[in-house]
Ligand binder design. Structure first.
Ligand code: FES
Length: 100
């Protein structure tokens, strides 16, 4: 199990995530209000910026919603990633507010 720290909708959440479960699925199982849509890599609503930690990203499924530039710059889809270490992630809408 890895610890995931998620900032979303102005709040911070911590939860455990098994290595074969996406952070989106783990958060939803705990009724954590992570932005979500299609849950299969198409809509981009679950886009996060990874602040710390190692992860795998399903590149085939993520290609519709993430550009190559975003992939290179630490953006990921919470529905198409799995943690390889403890992770700190922030929903893109919260991250963009921090940049202003
Ligand atoms: S929920 Fe649609 S891309 Fe993740």
């Amino acid at each position: 199990m890895h610890k995931v720290t998620l900032k979303a909708r102005g709040q911070e959440f911590e939860f455990s995530c098994a290595p074969n479960v996406t952070p989106l699925r783990a958060a939803r199982d705990l009724f954590i209000p992570i932005p979500t849509g299609c849950q299969r890599g198409g809509c981009g609503m679950c886009k996060v910026k990874v602040l710390n930690g190692e992860y795998d990203q399903d590149l085939v499924r993520s290609h519709e919603a993430l550009s190559d530039e975003e992939l290179e710059n630490g953006y990921a889809l919470a529905c198409c990633m799995t943690a390889k270490s403890d992770l700190e992630i922030i929903a893109v809408e919260d991250y963009e507010k921090l940049q202003k």
